[in-house]
Design a protein around this ligand. Structure first.
Ligand SMILES: Cc1ncc(COP(=O)(O)O)c(C=O)c1O
Length: 372
């Protein structure tokens, strides 16, 4: 058997939705498919505005630029995440400040975020990592009365409810999502920006559309914008997927819980399993990540998985060590020992929505044999 690290869940309804869209002739970013997907996503998130974009990295680009943060000001980012937030911040003429994450949860703690705030801080990017969540509600309470803006990167945390019952991403000034095929719902490539702030909404729409101004005559541009428009086919797939989002979440919980049950009895001195909840939200197991006590233990295990055709992937690489940042202006707030350790010792195993029960049984059985 061959078990890929991720396969999406795409059914006949999804295929029909895309076909219907193509047949309708609405294939660009204009028309009813985009409008309908944006409206459904805003309803799902219980927010005023949702603007579709080409991918999750594009969502971060336009979100950050639309906030018009003072050039040269600092933006706090967890050191343990995808490269995208750092790129967006630097391209917007801002200075990323990398903070360490908790070694067990892979997420930044509010206390650490606050310790990095200074008079030059203009924004905080909260990244909810691997299906667990940082306590944005607490963070918002703590920074009340300041000018600091909060951006939530929810690419790995769609649909999760916070302790107050809101969905993750519903509380920040602006939040971003990715719909890459390993995400809870997919549009192939794709992303979304959501906000309740009417003052930035036009900027987001203009930025995604090459900066075409909504106020000036056509071909007059007020931003150095991007073509980050989503196509109608992607939106048709997204609308169809969104109808099944609760089922997808339930399935993810089941996949994670099944692994937990199977691995709980292993010696925890060598193997660390993900927490089942954090800050009042259940782990949605965007990926099922495990960590070893040493890098060589991890590598030995990875080889065993690969020999048995079981897909797996390393954890993120620390942002402050990224080769592309060598010549860039950034700050590392702390020694980031947890981030470095996680990147050396952590991997994730097949946990995508498309994994069959049979495939998961195979993965479990092989891993149980390894630890026997
Ligand atoms: C936390 C986070 N933010 C942003 C992105 C970028 O999304 P995309 O691949 O759609 O550009 C990802 C991608 O996996 C991600 O995990």
């Amino acid at each position: 058997m061959n078990v890929p690290v991720n396969t999406p869940s795409i059914d006949d309804g999804d295929i029909k939705a895309v076909l219907d869209c193509v047949k309708s002739g609405w294939v660009s970013s204009q028309g009813p498919y985009i409008e309908s997907f944006e409206k459904s996503f805003a309803d799902f998130m219980d927010c005023r505005y949702a603007i579709s974009v080409a991918n999750g990295s594009a969502a971060l680009d336009v979100a950050i630029e639309a906030l018009r943060l003072p050039k040269g000001s600092e933006v706090i980012i967890p050191n343990f995440t995808i490269f995208s937030p750092a790129i967006s911040v630097i391209r917007a003429g801002l200075v990323p400040v990398f903070i360490d994450v908790n070694i067990e949860t892979c997420n930044a703690e509010v206390e650490t975020i606050l310790s990095a705030v200074n008079k030059n801080t203009s924004a905080i990017i909260v990244v909810h990592t691997y299906g667990l969540t940082t306590d944005t509600e607490e963070l918002i309470n703590q920074i009340k009365g300041t000018q600091i803006r909060i951006i939530e990167d929810c690419a790995e945390a769609h649909g999760i409810r916070t302790k107050s019952g809101k969905r993750v991403g519903a509380l920040a000034d602006i939040s971003t999502f990715s719909f890459y095929p390993n995400k809870l719902i997919t549009t192939g490539e794709g992303g979304m920006v959501i906000t309740n702030d009417a003052s930035i909404i036009q900027g987001i729409r203009e930025l995604r559309n090459i900066g075409f101004s909504e106020d000036l005559p056509r071909y007059q541009h007020t931003w150095l914008g991007y073509n980050y428009r989503m196509t109608s086919m992607q939106a048709a797939l997204g609308s169809s997927q969104l109808k099944k989002v609760e089922n997808h979440l339930t399935r993810k919980y089941k996949i994670g819980e099944k692994y937990n049950e199977a691995f709980e009895k292993f010696d925890t001195k060598y193997l660390f399993l993900p927490p089942t909840e954090l800050n009042g939200s259940k782990n949605s197991y965007w990926i099922y990540g495990i960590r070893f006590s040493t890098e060589s233990e991890k590598q030995k295990f990875q080889k065993y998985l690969s020999d048995n055709k079981i897909g797996n992937r390393d954890y993120f690489y620390p942002l402050h060590l990224q080769p592309a940042l060598k010549e860039q202006n950034f700050r590392v707030h702390d020694n980031s020992t947890n981030t470095i350790e996680l990147s050396k010792t952590g991997i994730y195993i097949p946990s995508g929505l498309g994994i069959t029960d049979e495939q998961q049984e195979y993965v479990i059985q092989k891993i149980q044999n390894y630890f026997k």
